[in-house]
Design a protein around this ligand. Sequence first.
Ligand SMILES: *Cc1c(COP(=O)(O)O)cnc(C)c1O
Length: 384
Amino acid sequence: MSGTEPMGDGTRAVRAGLPEPVKYEPTLPGPVFAAHFHLPGEPTGPYTYGRDSNPTWTHLERAIGELEAPGEAVETVTFASGMAAISAVLFSQLRSGDTVVLPSDGYQALPLVREQLQAYGIAVRTAPTGGDAQLSVLAGARLLWIETPSNPGLDVCDIRRLVAAAHAQGALVAVDNTLATPMGQRPLELGADFSVASDTKGMTGHGDILLGHVSCRDAERAAEVRRWRKIVGAIPGPMEAWLAHRSLATLQLRSDRQCANALAVARALAPREEVTGLRHPGLPTDPSYALATRQMRRYGGVVSFVLPDRGHAERFLDALRLVDDATSFGGVRSSAERRGRWGGDAVPEGFIRFSAGAEDTADLVADVLRALDEAAGRARPRTP
Ligand SMILES: *Cc1c(COP(=O)(O)O)cnc(C)c1O
């Protein structure tokens, strides 16, 4: 959307990527299902073949771009999943002989990506997100990959500071913005070259589609990422793209409720003696609070904490009634899981990643407190 007045996040979200109104046409055009488009003569133009382009992607990509960098010309490329988007940046930008810095505590599929990068002759260094520790292994790197807040540990690093150091030595910076979404943080405005996300999570928020995107300012880099999508063919289906665009309209509403619920759950967990390692960047006592407050616009809907052991964590998850025991996060229905069951993250057996949904805050907090009591073997009298 054009216009000179600065808009609020909610206004921007409901209007993001909408085409100019056309009489008798819907506000948001429906999904265009096409493997190919009518194309007599020269094979040019925006829509030729369905692996290269689709009008439903165009609308969604515009919408995401408007949210990632309001008022700026950025390019966005959508993908079939977050991993497709991540791989597209890494494998389109890095060459044999290059060095890349990844977080050591990032998304659990990053070690698989690391193996593949190394198999192609790309050197990989890792360091933790917290304390901006990636700075210590940055020398000579071609690309720095940041994930903040990190999943599942919820550590935060200083994007501006890392970008300044990386750019000073000619390295590119990509930020995995999955957890925050553009409602929580806008990496391009903080100086990053790429903002990348799994839109499977909070961005679309209903737990019913997989999707990812890459946004960047530089048209040449965007073209490289788009070219990678064409080669690998990791394209979103038109239905997924349309559902995603429809979901963006409520992104601000969902984010506000989810963030408020996460903070309320974190506050309810804080005084419990069986809870340790409580992390949520919006909790004023959190080690990341000051930095998160400087760089984030909302703190996200995820809370992590540790219960005494595996059995305790499983009893807690079993006892929850409003919270699904499921992986992923960012959905309108609260979910939680014992993260250690996957074996991929360096977390204690009793570690819980809790994703706050859009339930009424009082209901959600009451459910969590009741489940904690049940898990600890204390029955709570039901309140009328
Ligand atoms: C889920 C997730 C991914 C992977 O996204 P998919 O859509 O599952 O491929 C990448 N990064 C982070 C931080 C994630 O949480």
